[in-house]
Ligand binder design. Structure first.
Ligand code: TXA
Ligand code: MG
Length: 313
């Protein structure tokens, strides 16, 4: 299949209408979108990514009115979160409407919904006129793509179209909160921080992986965000024995020499750069990537979550 690269929202929307899948920029990472009401287009997402069919997709909406097409019930807590954080990098899990394909929700009775704030994503959603289901636009298991070039590297020849934009602002996937239950549960940390969520709904809890409970967020059990290189988390100051093929990313200069080094001024820059750095390291055939540990406060919680997953697979 030939993959069309375009800057035109109209062209991208035409592909969606024709039942194809289109990669597009959002403020978190690039997504791979399909019309939520088109089963065969949804199937193409799973095929293109090599995604296991028990991993549910997030639905993206352009306007609040579309929420009712997707969610059977909007809990008061969900209303509160939406009031404060929509549009933005927050996904809310709610009971789904009966007509939403179980392929999209991987058989679950709930659906994850988010309203991106990225102007290109918003404009694409308005032009298509339907919600789009969109996982991150990477091959399953690879780091999420934060640039259109990263999408191209993973999916060229496998999808119909890539809508080009800038490098994603946040660089980590959205915060996911399960609002389908009495006490909201943080399923995945992201740029809307636990502290921000607690400030508006103090009862929110962090999901603990539990054997007795059915998997709440099936995506979390899969190997994620992993570059080819081995990832190790390091606490500075510490000297690690760096081989010729080592790289480092963090906030402070490491004491050892490394072949490829990325120093970030802030946690935001670290989060913004992490997945792109993983991909650069793979292109340079780096064997081990040292990632500086940071405090698990604010955006640090999401950043540490992604580093730990990349390190332990
Ligand atoms: O920032 C993002 O969320 C990006 C952009 C493209 O919007 N999308 C993204 O999608 O990261 P994906 O498919 O890579 O991750 C979706 C996560 C998975 O961990 C999945 O298990 C969880 O959301 N999820 C989706 N629907 C769910 C549901 N109904 N219940 C529980 N977890 C759900
Ligand atoms: Mg993903």
């Amino acid at each position: 299949m030939q993959t069309t690269l375009t800057d035109s929202i109209a062209i991208a929307a035409q592909f969606i209408r024709a039942g194809e899948v289109v990669a597009f920029p959002t403020e978190t990472v690039y997504g791979l979108g399909a019309n939520i009401f088109d089963e065969s287009a949804i199937e193409k997402i799973f095929l293109a990514k090599g995604r296991p069919s028990d991993n549910p997709l997030i639905a993206h909406i352009g306007k609040r009115a579309d929420l009712h097409l997707l969610a059977r019930e909007i809990t008061p807590m969900a209303e509160t979160f939406m009031e404060h954080f929509f549009p933005g990098p927050l996904t809310l899990v709610l009971p789904k409407q009966a007509n939403i394909s179980r392929l999209a929700t991987a058989g679950l009775d709930t659906i994850g919904i988010r309203m991106p704030r990225h102007p290109v994503a918003q404009s694409l959603l308005q032009t298509c006129g339907v919600p789009l289901v969109a996982p991150s636009a990477n091959l399953s298991g690879k780091p999420s793509p934060t640039t259109w070039e990263a999408v191209q590297m993973d999916l060229a020849g496998r999808i119909a179209c890539i809508l080009r934009g800038e490098q994603a602002e946040v660089g980590l996937e959205s915060t996911v909160v399960d609002c389908s239950r009495v006490t909201p549960l943080l399923l995945r940390a992201g740029a809307i921080t636990l502290e921000q969520l607690q400030a508006v709904v103090p009862t929110i809890q962090i999901a603990q992986p539990s054997l007795s409970e059915p998997q709440r967020s099936p995506g979390l059990k899969y190997k994620h965000y992993a570059p080819q290189a081995r990832v190790e988390m390091v606490v500075l100051p510490m000297t690690f024995v760096a081989s010729d093929a080592a790289a480092f990313i963090g906030l402070h200069p490491p004491a050892s020499n490394v072949k490829h080094c990325k120093l970030c001024q802030t946690i935001e820059e670290y989060a913004h750069s992490l997945f792109q750095f993983f991909r650069e390291c793979d292109a340079m055939e780096i064997e081990v990537i040292y990632c500086e540990a940071v405090s698990e406060a604010g955006l640090g919680l999401a950043l540490m979550d992604r580093i730990k997953r990349a390190a332990h697979g």
